[in-house]
Design a protein around this ligand. Structure first.
Ligand code: TYD
Length: 135
């Protein structure tokens, strides 16, 4: 299975404003245990630079624009999040680099589990070993 862009359910027209929402286990394939968000990042800065062994995430950018490059150890894929009704599902075991493309962009994350540093792989060579060993 691959990472994928999800269209977030959205109500309303542009004149009256819009409302977007998704529900854990219904619109995304896991229960949400944690929400966090990243902001105040300068344009051109890079975040992420890690993979998760088990954690699944859905990320979206309610304001601004970010580019995400996911990597499964063999292939890299670019995604742009530039609209509040667009999200990216990142499966477990994928490396991700995230680039800030616009001033004041906010990146939100819905995660399948609580914060656990032991679930991170932060070294790229270690990540490649992990993938080659078959995770
Ligand atoms: P990290 O996930 O490494 O952020 P990024 O990928 O954007 O660089 O998180 C940075 C630090 O924040 C991490 O070392 C510990 C802390 N943190 C928590 O305490 N709880 C959380 O839920 C998250 C996501 C991070």
């Amino acid at each position: 299975m691959n990472n994928s862009i999800i269209q977030i359910r959205t109500y309303g027209k542009s004149e009256e404003g819009r409302l977007s929402f998704f529900e854990g286990s219904k619109d995304i394939p896991f229960e949400i245990k944690r929400i966090y968000y990243i902001y105040g990042v300068k344009v051109g800065e890079k975040r992420g630079m890690h993979a998760h062994k088990e954690l699944q995430q859905v990320i979206w950018c309610p304001y601004g624009e970010v580019e995400i490059i996911t990597d499964d150890g063999e292939q890299k894929t670019n995604y742009i999040l530039d609209s509040p009704d667009k999200a990216l599902q990142i499966l477990k075991g994928h490396w991700r680099d995230i680039y800030w493309k616009k001033e004041n962009s906010v990146l939100c994350v819905a995660a399948s589990d609580y914060y656990d540093e032991a679930d991170y792989i932060r070294d790229y060579d270690e990540y490649l070993d992990y993938v080659r060993r078959g995770c």
